[in-house]
Design a protein around this ligand. Structure first.
Ligand code: RUQ
Ligand code: CUA
Length: 661
């Protein structure tokens, strides 16, 4: 078929599939194995076997589930404000959402990647990307909080991200939209795409001990669009394999104009070489602006710093860093098997899956087995010279592939709405199971590591018509758990997700559960506005700013009566939870506050800013049910007119004493 005809055929196939998926396919009910309920049932008092960290898509958050139960344990705010936890509302957390564009309360979180040691998840951190305003986040798996966010310069749409090298030396982020590099030179006609638009691949280093990010360097590439990608592992450690679409370098109506070429590319990058060049002082410093935000567990406060330069190595200046491998059109993902030998490309408009061989690629490079040079000097390896083989007729619209421990691969098919198991060496389909419906990402527990656990596969689906009770025009997205321990995959469970689930990671619970923090040690709390005990609780005026050093313990605030606040004041409630017991947060809210509650963990201090807009009495209360007397955990603040002679006073329990006199 000619490319155009082919495209039309694909679109027609997609339309058929969508209308088909609107009605219940045969066997939807009977696909459930008889004892499935038993196999996902985790009895009261027992724990799940895996933590499942799932991206929240356009919710900007990451959620934590148990597998095999599918129970939701926690939603961790990352790139979006979360009033439930005060994230982005408390003064301490606001800097986490600062960018070079200012404070941004939302983003679209697509992918989660675990921190790796020797190609295995080590249970220290999860990394996540924001797609819209390009950033990377690091989530700490002791506190289950976002500990760091770094903005990525020279990037438009941080979708090809985050994926890490074998020991998380680097978390990689590459641009989805090539754009002119940051700075005043960006004001160019859109039609000058081929000349002025460039891609950038960022190498964000991760400190082994602290996890701290730093943008080590960037590689400047031709103006291609990068999609999901992988780092090599095992024998291919030292390489990156990036799927690229829009090899046409189109800038309008991409749905047609970026699908002209029958083949796009996988860009293979020798990152160890690139690192050598960088360490040898190659590359140039470019002036840019990006935010680097860190949360400090001792001061319980975040800081945001604007950084002003980045080192860029232009691929055009180096001969031995990058090679293009032709890949059936519009690849959406590149995945590397556990040994590192096979590189799977997924052309989302293709009807086959190409499997490339790392050894063959190396030979082709050594023998200069190239068919062309493109984009001023990048060699194009001959398709056949890098190809191990093709999986014929696997399904329609392959997206993402993960692996088990027995030499099999599992690929998600959006258009034909199924997961397909196939043998890598034999290139043969072994099993296919429908998903309900339109699976995007899939995840095998440990499926992107050197030793997959191979027990569970979860399909993350975009459409859930008829799977759950209806809830208006929008239905939840869903995850579906399959048992893959046998020859055939068995569907065990559907469970709803938060936002749109893109990628996910599963880590054995035993690896991380005992590291979970229970309390913050109040003696280690060095917040500048801490009150370490009730005797330190107080109210201080400094011009128009009033600092309230407030403590919480079951079940009262100290102080709980405050007078002498005036209109025009800015009141900062620095709430220290002096509890030292696990799972004993207290909340704080006051009438008319223009933000959310605070939810303060034991031993932590958090600050709520309040600017009263009228005179009168304002109740404040604890928002988290903390004891039988939680409802009594409250207080009053009196606000008087500006210049009033009501003195600034604070107290707890004195009126009871007075009444007893
Ligand atoms: S994408 S459904 Cu954002 Cu991860 Cu492939
Ligand atoms: Cu403290 Cu409710």
């Amino acid at each position: 078929m000619k490319p155009k005809q082919y495209l039309l055929w694909m679109l027609a196939a997609a339309a058929v599939s969508i209308s088909f998926s609107a009605c219940k396919p045969k066997g939807a009910g009977s696909a459930m194995a008889g004892n499935a309920a038993q196999r996902t049932y985790v009895p009261p008092g027992q724990y799940d076997e895996f933590y499942n960290f799932v991206s929240g898509g356009f919710s900007g958050q990451m959620s934590v589930y148990g597998l095999p139960s599918g129970r939701l344990f926690r939603v961790i705010p990352v790139f979006s404000v979360d009033p439930e936890k005060g994230w982005g509302f408390s003064e301490e957390t606001k800097p986490m959402l600062e960018t070079s564009h200012g404070f941004i309360p939302w983003d679209d979180l697509h992918h989660i990647e675990a921190s790796f040691t020797d190609g295995m998840a080590d249970g220290k951190w999860m990394f996540a990307n924001s797609n819209n305003t390009p950033r990377l986040a690091r989530i700490d798996l002791t506190t289950y909080r976002t500990a760091e966010i770094i903005e990525i310069p020279n990037t438009g749409g941080n979708h090809c991200s985050p994926f890490t090298t074998e020991n998380s030396e680097y978390v990689i982020a590459a641009t989805r939209f090539s754009v002119p590099p940051d700075g005043p030179g960006g004001d160019v006609p859109i039609s000058s795409y081929k000349e002025n638009f460039k891609g950038h691949i960022s190498f964000v280093s991760v400190d082994k001990e602290t996890g701290e990010f730093d943008i080590a360097f960037q590689l400047k590439t031709p103006g291609l669009n990068f999609d999901l990608s992988s780092a090599g592992k095992g024998k291919s450690n030292g390489w990156l394999f990036l799927s690229c679409y829009n090899s046409e370098q189109a800038h309008t109506l991409l749905e047609v104009s970026a699908s002209q070429n029958d083949k796009d590319f996988i860009l293979a990058i020798n990152w160890k070489k690139a690192e050598e060049y960088f360490k040898a002082g190659k590359g140039t410093k470019q002036a840019v602006r990006y935010a680097h935000n860190k949360y400090n567990e001792e001061t319980h406060s975040a800081t945001s710093e604007i950084k002003t330069d980045v080192t860029v190595l232009d691929l055009a200046d180096f001969e031995d860093l990058a090679y293009l491998i032709p890949c059936p059109k519009s690849p959406h993902g590149t995945d590397v098997n556990p040994t590192g030998e096979y590189i799977i490309g997924s052309g989302k408009l293709a009807a086959l899956i190409p499997v490339f061989s790392f050894d063959k690629l190396q030979n082709a490079i050594a023998n200069k087995d190239f068919e062309a040079e493109l984009y001023s000097g990048i060699p194009v390896v001959k398709y056949e010279s890098a190809l191990y083989g093709e999986v014929e007729k696997p399904g329609l619209g392959p997206l993402h592939t993960e692996f088990d421990d027995k030499g099999n691969a599992y690929t998600s098919f959006f258009v034909s709405s199924e997961v397909v198991k196939w043998n890598i060496e034999k290139l043969e389909v072994i099993d296919r199971q429908p998903t309900y419906y339109s699976v995007g990402h899939l995840m095998v527990a440990g499926g992107n590591t050197k030793k997959p656990f191979g027990k569970y596969l979860v399909a993350y689906n975009k459409i859930t018509k008829d799977r759950f009770l209806p809830t208006g025009p929008e239905l939840c997205h869903a995850a579906q758990l399959f048992d893959i321990s046998g020859e055939k995959m068995e569907l065990l469970l559907d469970f709803p997700t938060i936002g749109e689930p893109h990628y996910a990671q599963a880590v054995p619970a035993d690896l991380i559960k005992d590291n979970s923090l229970k309390i913050y040690d109040i003696n280690a709390n060095s917040h500048p506005y801490i009150a370490k005990g009730e005797s330190e609780a107080r109210v201080e005026r400094n011009g128009n700013t009033v600092h309230v050093y407030l403590t919480t313990i079951r079940s009262h605030f100290t102080p709980d009566n405050i007078e002498g606040i005036q209109l025009g004041d800015e009141v900062l409630f620095h709430v220290t939870n002096i509890e030292q017991d696990w799972d004993m947060p207290h909340g704080f809210a006051i009438k008319g506050a223009g933000n959310s509650e605070l939810l303060v963990m034991p031993g932590e201090t958090q600050t709520l800013k309040w600017i009263p807009d009228r005179t009168g009495i304002f109740p404040m209360y604890c928002t988290d049910f903390c004891s039988a007397l939680h409802q009594e955990m409250s207080g009053y603040v009196r606000v008087s007119a500006k210049g009033s002679n009501v003195p600034l006073t604070f107290s707890t329990g004195t009126s009871q004493a007075a009444a007893g006199e």
